[in-house]
Structures are given as C-alpha cells and as structure tokens.
Design a protein around this ligand. Structure first.
Ligand code: V0D
Length: 253
C-alpha cells in the first residue's frame, strides 16, 4: 500500500489530518461458482452455464483493467473437479482454448499478462498448449496480471511445497533454522505475487473449497448469491466499495 501523503506531517494539526484515500484492492481472487445451477434453472445442460461463464470472465477482466487492479486470480478448475461426469470435465477443459480464441486479441490490446497456477502437467495437452501459448504471447505485457488457477488445489500445493522444502533442506539449499513465512511463500505456485486483498465468491456458498489457503490468511472475503453467469460490473463495484469501507473503518481506529 503506498501512502499519498507523508505519514507524519508536523505542520498539520491532528484535527485537520486526513487519512490518504484507501487504494483499491491490488489483487482480487474470485471463486466463480454457480454456472451449472444457472443453466439448470433455465432447463439447459450444465455445460451451457460454463460456456456462458466465459463471457462473464471477460466482463470482469475489462472492469478490472478500467479500475487499475494489478492482479486477478480466477479459480477455473480445481483438483476436485475431476470427480464430475467425464463429458462435463472434457467440455470444461476445452474452455481455455475457446476463451482465448474469442478474447486473446482483446486481452493483448488491453496489455493483460496471462499466468497460470496449479498442476498443469496433469491437464490434457490441448488445454496446456492453449494456455501456454497465451502465457508466451502476453509475457511482455505489464498491465493487469490475469492468473488462471487450473487443476489447482491448495493442500496439493502445500504438500508439493513441503516436499520441495524437504529436498532443499536435505541438499543444504535451505536451512531449517532460517525457514520462515517468506520462504514457504516462495515454494508456492504464487511465488513472487502479492497476496490477494479481496476474495469474491459467487453462487451463494460460503466456503474456500481448497483455494489459496495460505495466501488468503489476511484477505477480506465478499460473498454474493448471484450466480457467476449473472455477475456483472455492478456487483464487482459493490464488492470493491465494501472493501474500501471496511479498510476505512479499521484504518480509522
Ligand atoms: C468454467 C466460469 C476461462 C467458471 C468460467 C479449464 C468455470 C468458465 C478459462 C481460461 C472456465 C483458462 C485459462 C486460460 C484462459 C481462459 C477457463 C476453465 C474453466 C477450466 F488461459 N474460463 N474458464 N478455464 N470456465
């Protein structure tokens, strides 16, 4: 968080001192839930909701670019999603290609940089290749950082980190004595990224569902019953406004 005014200005009286306007959240994470239910409510197959959900992703990306958000991390496919019926899984795994076919040029013209977190190796080659192409193509962009969590599960990420830390301790790249929070963070998929300031979950559930357990330790949570395909800039702005008010409340103590 950057202060726009000096922290202590002795020329200013205590009474007239104003806190600097709180910055918008720099990093927002979103659990985009409610796609299947959105479709079922309309008598459509669940996959129609997932497909509808990709246009909402683009709407939110454009809103985030406009509002100068620095990073957006979207939970698109969890390690638990493999338990769904095979045809649904196959359909979902084609969505990155479909999304990028529709929107990659627009993302590029908006200076968006695409990234991915999760166990990419166990995704089908066509999914991995589509995402890798987009990562490579946007590597030099320095606008919004758009991270897709693909085949992501937080406990899996933590076990992977523990194994790597154990190996590095064994070959003396890391000492047990110096191991601290910063070190642990460096072994996660999100290494080098700031932690999310705000988590949004659509679709009515109020759970983390194995998303970013370590990284969300200090994050503000905002939930809505709105299903992801119905989520719009209106709700996005509502979440940001509530975030701003919460920050102002405890910033004022
Ligand atoms: C389904 C609603 C975009 C939530 C949105 C493979 C679930 C639509 C992507 C995407 C999914 C991923 C990587 C990338 C570009 C786009 C996506 C999946 C599901 C899981 F580089 N939407 N989307 N990926 N859904």
């Amino acid at each position: 968080m950057s202060m726009k005014v000096p922290f202590f200005n002795h020329k200013q009286s205590k009474e007239s001192y104003q806190f600097p306007e709180e910055a918008a959240p720099e990093h927002i994470a979103i659990i985009m839930d409610g796609n299947g239910r959105w479709a079922q409510k309309r008598g459509l197959p669940r996959v129609a909701g997932h497909k509808e959900g990709i246009s909402t992703v683009m709407k939110v990306v454009k809103a985030a670019v406009k509002l100068n958000v620095k990073a957006l991390t979207l939970y698109t496919f969890s390690t638990e999603n493999w338990k769904r019926p095979r045809p649904e899984v196959d359909f979902i795994l084609k969505l990155p290609k479909e999304f990028l076919h529709l929107y990659l040029p627009e993302l590029i013209s908006n200076n968006v940089r695409i990234g991915a977190i999760g166990d990419m190796e166990n995704l089908p080659a066509h999914t991995r290749e589509a995402v890798q192409f987009a990562i490579d193509r946007t590597r030099n962009n320095d606008g919004l950082r758009l991270n897709f969590a693909l085949n992501y599960g937080s406990r899996h990420e933590l076990i992977k980190a523990m194994k790597e830390m154990y190996a590095d301790i064994n070959n003396e790249k890391l000492s047990l004595e110096e191991l601290d929070e910063q070190h642990v963070s460096q072994y996660l998929y999100t290494a080098g990224m700031p932690e999310p300031d705000l988590l949004i979950r659509t679709g009515g559930e109020k759970r983390l569902s194995n998303f970013l357990l370590w990284q969300l330790a200090y994050t503000e949570f905002w939930f809505t019953d709105v299903l992801w395909p119905d989520f719009s800039e209106k709700e996005f702005l509502q979440a940001l406004e509530e975030y701003r008010q919460r920050k102002r409340r405890y910033g004022g103590i």
